[in-house]
Design a protein around this ligand. Structure first.
Ligand code: SF4
Length: 371
């Protein structure tokens, strides 16, 4: 590496930073890669920082077991958030079964690489206030039926590409459809997103075997300090299309007791329904396509929980920023107070403190409820 590859950092005048090409795609997709002498790890790091700085709340939709409808929950959560007016992306991290392309009616589409990065596919822009942006490995494969046979190092790289190389643009929510289990992909993403506003939702089904596996995912969140919004029970009962009677298809485990024991909220019970199956196949999530259906209404508490969590996080961040601002400007505030006539100074100080306390209370209403 030569000296001309460094320029002075903007924040710290004494810092030297590697120069960057400013391109929005990873080096792996770059035609200049063979002859490029820039610091490539720095470029990849900068890409991630750039993308993450534009994303508000990240929601990991997890399941410790395959086949419990995690992708259905991800797609309907994303579409439900978008239907409420938020800018939403769906990152399909399920490397061995990337099927968000089907849920958003994009099967067969392929991604383009531009200087801004890998293009996400914009979905339902004609039906939603903002189109849902979908990024998936499915858009990067030559054929849809190609099996993925990757060692962990490739999976690790793909997780970085998924967040850093796709041109997500500004988003209020990024919903990540995680692969089943608590393996490499989850650990890589959890490490990558450590400083971000990130929370998890766990999808499960009523059977004992699924519940046992879900408890592992719950423990993963608790041990990693990953905020867990709650559990979505999928395939929770069937309504007979002839008589309207409800019955359970699977033997029910003691989900409610297990969640209470682990202090985890039950967010929603989603029925096993032909409508959901058809919506998944036709690529139109019910939360967008049929918002008044019982199935869409069943998803509403999950959407509400994500919005409420994001609002709390944002208020907390604003409150911390305000506190940091006051601390950083303490000397200036004292200087301003010293300009106030002595007889009024104590009152001015009390007014200022009351103003700041009021602002903190406004930003942290739940903290006030605890008092
Ligand atoms: S190889 Fe990487 S660092 Fe070099 S120009 Fe291409 S994207 Fe930029």
């Amino acid at each position: 590496m030569t000296v001309h590859q460094f320029n002075t950092g903007r924040d710290d005048e004494l810092a030297v930073r590697p120069a960057d090409c400013g391109l929005g795609h990873a080096c792996q997709f770059c035609p200049k890669e063979p002859e490029c002498t820039l610091d490539k790890p720095h470029h990849e790091k900068r890409l991630l920082e750039l993308r993450l700085a534009q994303i508000g709340q990240i929601i990991l939709v997890m399941a410790n077991k395959g086949g419990v409808g995690k992708s259905t929950v991800s797609a309907n959560l994303a579409a439900g958030l978008a239907a409420r007016g938020f800018r939403v992306g769906v990152a399909d991290a399920d490397i061995h079964g990337p099927n968000q392309s089907r849920f958003f009616n994009q099967v067969g589409q392929r991604v383009r690489v531009s200087e801004r990065g890998l293009d996400t596919l914009s979905c339902f822009g004609d039906r939603l206030p903002h189109p849902v942006q979908v990024g998936s490995l499915a858009f990067m494969m030559e054929r849809d039926d190609t099996p993925i046979v990757w060692r962990d190092a490739y999976k690790h790289d793909f997780m970085h590409h998924l967040i850093g190389s796709f041109d997500w643009g500004p988003l209020d929510f990024l919903v990540v459809d995680m692969p089943p289990g608590t393996g490499n992909e989850l650990i890589t993403l959890s490490d990558l997103l450590e400083q971000q506003a990130v929370a998890a939702v766990i999808a499960t089904t009523p059977q004992q075997v699924a519940l046992m596996d879900s408890l592992k995912a719950i423990r993963f969140c608790q041990e990693r300090g990953l905020p867990l919004l709650g559990v979505v029970e999928n395939m929770a009962g069937v309504t007979c299309p002839h008589c309207g009677g409800e019955f359970q298809l699977f033997p029910r485990a003691h989900l409610a007791e297990a969640l209470a024991e682990h202090r985890v909220a039950s967010l929603a019970s989603i029925p096993l329904s032909p409508l959901l199956a058809m919506a998944s196949d036709s690529g139109a999530p019910v939360t967008m396509d049929q918002p008044e259906s019982p199935e869409a209404r069943a998803f509403a508490p999950v959407v509400d929980a994500c919005i409420e969590h994001a609002r709390q996080e944002s208020r907390q961040a604003a409150s911390e920023e305000l506190q940091a601002l006051v601390t950083a400007n303490a000397e200036e505030l004292e200087a301003l107070l010293s300009d106030v006539p002595e007889e009024d100074r104590a009152q001015a100080r009390r007014d200022l403190e009351a103003l700041l306390a009021g602002e903190h209370d406004r930003l942290n209403p739940e903290r006030n409820d605890d008092r």
